[in-house]
Each structure stands twice: as structure tokens, then as C-alpha cells.
Design a protein around this ligand. Structure first.
Ligand code: ZN
Length: 341
């Protein structure tokens, strides 16, 4: 029997999906940690018996190790400290499975290739005007009419971005994205039963895909830029400026929240950025909101978060059969369940 094809990066992905270290996997498989490290590094290939044993232990079909694998960087994770490395790696590995699904769905005509504009920032000190222009440019290229942005998750999916919600058994991981050129992946977090926040998260991840790509990530300035882009994308200055109150008028802000489908916090920040309210009025408003418990749960709930549908439609179709035979079924099922929740 000849040695089967083996995509070494898949071993790492399968191990991370299982939340195992190299040492743990080695123990389970009766191998040395060095052997696992060599398989993952490409210095050695598993024998057919070992290959089968690894698939069994990691609960993936053996075909999983034969699939080609797109590489990507570590993902735009926001709160690097809050989430453990194991949880972050598992989340990233789940995003890789979502990418696999998108590639399959695209091959079966259920999904289109990405046309996310790539408009890299000039650097970490990029003036906010440049970020505002980039957001306006994406809106114009995607023919989004003026006013509130429509369903952001649907927009992303329409433009070839695979969007999933993280399975509920996952740790509390913030939204993040992986910038694959064919189908970028946006993963929305587990914990946010909040439409306004979820829309902002989706726009924030879009910002990374547009502004940062594979270029720069992992520093605070990049997160600030993504927030600025999201605010400009959801609330273009020219459309919202004259509607923003010049004093902190909660009843107007409640109406604006309903109309623009963004949080009160995002509206207040936008009013400050655009110079409609002063810094001190902004700070007073934030203090008031904190005192009323609105920083945790805001008034004027907007209903359930936007839900991804494209990969779910594909998974519900008979066309997903071939993908299901090579991808880990429990992960695919959990993506399906979480995204439909
Ligand atoms: Zn980010």
C-alpha cells in the first residue's frame, strides 16, 4: 500500500479543532511529540496505519488530510488576552472549516467569489478622513444606497464572504476574520444576542478585510481603524450628520438607534467624532449610560442579530454531500446549528 497524500497543515487544524497539544496527541497515538511535530512541519509523513489512527483520534474523516489547504495568518483577534491560546486556535481552525465549506459551496454554484475591495491603509497613523473615504468607496462599489446600511451579514455573503457564528460550546471569543482571497471568513462571536453590536462587529471585520488584508494586524491602531471604518460604513457622515443631536437628547438617540440599527454607544461616538457633541457632553452621556446599566444592556432592543444563510442553504442541499464526506461532521454540524440559532 502506497503512502496516501497528506496535507500537513490539515493535521495541525484537526488537532486544534480537538483542542489538543502536540504532546497530548502524541500520547493518544502512542507516538513521540517530535513525531507529531515532524508530521506538521513536513519533515516526515505518517505511515498509512498512523494516518488512520490520527484521523480516528481527532475525529476527522481520513479524506480531511488529503484536501488542499489555504494558508492564512492568525486572524484579527481583538482581545488577545481574554481568550486562551487553545480557544483562539480552535476558533481559527473552525474558520478554516468554514472556508472549506465556502470553497465547496462556490464550486457547486451556491456562493460567489469574493469581490471585497482591497484598499490598504497607508499606515498605522492613517488620518481618519482616509478611513472614511475607504468606507464610502466600499458603499459605492457595492451600490449601497445612502442612509442606514442594509443587513450587513447578507451584504458580506452576497460579496463572497463566508460568515458563521461560532459554535456555542466555544469559549467566549470575539468576532474575527481570516482574509482568504477567494472567500474571506468572518466569524461572529458566541455571546452577543444583540443586533446592533453584531452589525457593528460584522462591519468591523469587513474593515480588516478591506484595509488590512494580510498586511498588518495584531496592534491596537489597527483595531481603532476598524472601528472608525465600521462607524463610517454604518453611518456615513454626509447622511447622518444633520440628524445627530447637538446635545445628549436620549429620545432622539432612541429614534436614531431604531432607524440606523446601531447602538446608542456607536451613535454617541459618531456624534463626537463628527463634532456634533463636545467631548465633555460625550463623557457625561457615557457616565449616565453606565449608571443606568446601559453599557451592559442598552434600551431599545433591535431584535435578533442578523443571521448568515448562504452556507446553511448549501449545507441543506444535496450538493453538500461530497464536502460532508471529507470534513469533520461534528464541526460542520456545530457551525450549522450555531449559525441557524
Ligand atoms: Zn478587529
Amino acid at each position: 500500500m502506497s503512502t496516501p497524500a497528506f496535507e500537513r497543515a490539515r493535521l495541525r487544524t484537526a488537532r486544534e479543532l480537538a483542542g489538543m497539544s502536540q504532546a497530548q496527541l502524541a500520547r493518544e497515538a502512542g507516538l513521540t511529540p517530535a513525531a507529531i511535530s515532524q508530521f506538521e512541519g513536513g519533515a516526515a509523513r505518517p505511515s498509512p496505519e498512523t494516518f488512520a489512527a490520527l484521523a480516528e483520534i481527532l475525529a476527522v474523516p481520513s479524506g480531511f488530510f488529503r484536501e488542499p489547504m489555504a494558508e492564512s495568518h492568525d486572524g484579527f483577534f481583538r482581545s488577545l488576552r481574554r481568550t486562551s491560546v487553545v480557544d483562539r486556535r480552535r476558533a481559527r481552525a473552525i474558520a478554516h472549516v468554514a472556508h472549506d465549506l465556502a470553497v465547496r459551496a462556490s464550486g457547486a454554484q451556491w456562493f460567489s467569489l469574493s469581490d471585497v475591495p482591497v484598499l490598504p491603509v497607508s499606515g498605522l497613523e492613517t488620518p481618519i478622513a482616509e478611513i472614511e473615504q475607504a468606507a464610502a468607496r466600499v458603499r459605492s462599489l457595492w451600490r449601497i444606497p445612502s442612509g442606514p446600511a442594509p443587513n450587513v451579514v447578507e451584504l458580506l455573503e452576497t460579496h463572497g464572504v463566508a460568515v458563521i457564528r461560532l459554535p456555542l460550546d466555544s469559549a467566549d471569543v470575539d468576532a474575527f476574520s481570516l482574509p482568504f482571497p477567494d472567500h474571506p471568513v468572518v466569524v461572529l462571536g458566541t455571546d452577543k444576542n444583540d443586533r446592533a453590536r453584531s452589525r457593528f462587529d460584522a462591519a468591523h471585520e469587513l474593515a480588516h478585510l478591506v484595509l488590512h488584508g494580510e498586511q498588518i494586524w495584531g496592534v491596537k491602531e489597527v483595531e481603532t481603524q476598524a472601528h472608525q471604518f465600521a462607524a463610517a460604513f454604518l453611518m456615513p457622515a454626509s447622511d447622518i450628520y444633520s440628524h445627530l443631536p447637538t446635545t445628549v437628547d436620549w429620545s432622539t438617540l432612541f429614534d436614531l438607534k431604531r432607524h440606523w440599527q446601531v447602538s446608542l454607544a456607536a451613535l454617541l461616538m459618531r456624534a463626537r467624532t463628527l463634532g456634533r457633541i463636545s467631548e465633555s457632553a460625550y463623557l457625561t452621556a457615557i457616565k449616565t449610560a453606565s449608571a443606568r446599566g446601559w453599557r451592559r444592556v442598552e434600551p431599545v432592543p433591535l431584535g435578533r442579530p442578523e443571521q448568515p444563510t448562504k452556507l446553511l442553504d448549501y449545507l441543506a442541499s444535496p450538493d453538500s454531500g461530497p464536502a460532508r464526506t471529507v470534513l469533520p461532521s461534528q464541526i460542520v454540524d456545530s457551525i450549522e446549528t450555531a449559525s441557524a440559532a
